[in-house]
Design a protein around this ligand. Structure first.
Ligand code: DAH
Length: 339
C-alpha cells in the first residue's frame, strides 16, 4: 500500500493540464468519491494496526497534495485563460449606464431644426454681458425698470457688467458686425433676479430669432410664426397675435397658440381660454437698427423670442420648473423615449 501511495504522490507532482476538461477529469480521478484516494481510504481499514500510523500519515499527505495540486493547476489555468482571451483593458470597471438628453436640449434642438429649415443660422453671445448689448443697444430707456437691481444680476464692482436678462443681446452682437441679410437663431441661458418657485427660476433658457433684409414685412413674421407653431405643435395648431410692447420692436406682439393640451376647448393649463402664450415678437425698431450700425431707411427686420422651458412645459407638461435644474435621474429618465 505504501508503494502505491508513493507512486500516486510522484504522479500527482508531475501533473499538467491544458484544458478545463482535463482538469475536471483529474479532479474526478483523484479526489471524487470514486477516485483513487478514496479507494485507498477504504483499503485503510485492512492495514495492520502496527502500520496504521505510518500509512495514515502518508495517506493524509497524499490527500493534501492532490487537493493543493488541483487548486494550483486551476488557478494557473484560469490566469492563462484570462491572458489568452485578451481582456478589453479600456473597459471601465463598473457597468456604465447611458444617460439621456436633457428635455430642454431636446426641445432646443427641435426649435433650431425648424428654423434652420427656413434658412436661419446659429449665433451666440456671452452670458456675462455689458449694459450696452442687453439694454442700451436694444433701445431701453435709461430709466427702464428692467435695468433695475430687482430684475438684473450685476457683477459686483462692475455696474456695467451684468448677467444677460434675455437673448435679445445677441441681436446686437450680430448686427454690429454684420451686413444684412441677417437670419439668425440664438439659443442660450438668461438670468433674472427672481425668487425661485415652481414657476420662476433665477436662470432659464430662451431662443431668439432675427431676420433683417430689404422689404422684410410683418407678413413674413406671421408666416414664420405659423410655420414654427405647426411644426412644433402639430398641423392643426392655430396662432393669434395680441398687440404688446417691447422697447426693441415696433409694432410688437405676443403670440398665443391654440392650447395643445385640450385642443383649444379650455382646460386648467390654458385657464379655460383655449389659448396659451408662447412668445414675444415684432418688427425690429428702427432705433435698434441704427444703434447697431444698420441703415433703417434701407432695411427692415423682424425678431422674436421665446422661453425654452415654456415650450417644453407645453410639450411635456412639466409642472415644476425646478425639475429642469435638479438633475434628478428619475425625471431625466422619463425623456428616454424622446431622445
Ligand atoms: N426679450 C424678450 C424677453 O425677454 C422676448 C422678446 C420679445 C424677444 C420680443 C424678441 C421680441 O426678439 O421681438 O421677454
Amino acid at each position: 500500500m505504501l508503494e502505491k501511495i508513493e507512486q500516486l504522490i510522484a504522479e500527482i507532482n508531475g501533473l499538467k493540464v491544458e484544458s478545463a476538461e482535463q482538469l475536471e477529469a483529474l479532479r474526478l480521478k483523484y479526489l471524487s468519491k470514486k477516485g483513487a484516494i478514496n479507494d485507498l481510504m477504504a483499503d485503510f481499514r485492512n492495514v495492520p494496526n502496527d502500520q496504521k500510523r505510518e500509512i495514515g500519515q502518508k495517506l493524509n499527505e497524499l490527500k493534501n497534495l492532490a487537493q493543493d495540486k488541483i487548486n494550483s493547476l486551476k488557478e494557473a489555468f484560469e490566469a492563462k485563460k484570462a491572458v489568452d482571451e485578451k481582456p478589453d483593458l479600456t473597459r471601465t470597471a463598473y457597468p456604465v449606464e447611458l444617460g439621456t438628453r436633457h428635455p430642454l436640449n431636446i426641445v432646443k434642438n427641435e426649435i433650431i431644426e425648424i428654423f434652420s429649415r427656413l434658412g436661419f443660422v446659429l449665433a451666440d453671445g456671452p452670458e456675462v454681458e455689458d449694459d450696452w448689448h442687453v439694454f442700451s443697444a436694444m433701445n431701453f430707456a435709461e430709466d427702464h425698470p428692467a435695468r433695475d437691481m430687482q430684475d438684473t444680476f450685476f457683477v459686483e464692482a462692475h455696474p456695467d457688467i451684468i448677467l444677460r436678462t434675455h437673448t435679445s443681446s445677441v441681436q446686437s452682437r450680430v448686427m454690429e458686425v454684420s451686413e444684412p441679410p441677417i437670419r439668425i437663431i440664438c439659443p442660450g441661458r438668461v438670468y433674472r433676479n427672481e425668487a425661485i418657485s415652481y414657476r420662476a427660476h433665477c436662470f432659464f433658457h430662451q431662443v431668439e430669432a432675427l431676420y433683417v433684409d430689404k422689404n422684410v414685412s410683418f407678413t413674413d413674421l406671421k408666416q414664420v410664426l405659423l410655420y414654427f407653431a405647426q411644426q412644433m405643435f402639430g398641423p392643426d395648431t392655430k396662432i393669434r397675435l395680441r398687440p404688446s410692447y417691447f422697447p426693441f420692436t415696433e409694432p410688437s406682439a405676443e403670440m398665443d397658440i391654440s392650447c395643445n393640451i385640450c385642443g383649444g376647448k379650455g382646460c386648467p393649463f390654458c385657464k379655460g381660454t383655449g389659448w396659451v402664450e408662447i412668445l414675444g415678437c415684432g418688427m425690429v425698431h428702427p432705433n435698434v437698427l441704427e444703434l447697431n450700425g444698420i441703415n433703417s431707411k434701407e432695411y427692415t427686420g423682424f425678431a422674436l423670442g421665446m422661453g425654452i422651458e415654456r415650450i417644453t412645459n407645453l410639450k411635456y407638461q412639466v409642472k415644476d420648473l425646478r425639475m429642469f435644474s435638479e438633475n434628478d435621474i428619475r425625471f431625466l429618465k422619463e425623456f428616454e423615449a424622446a431622445n
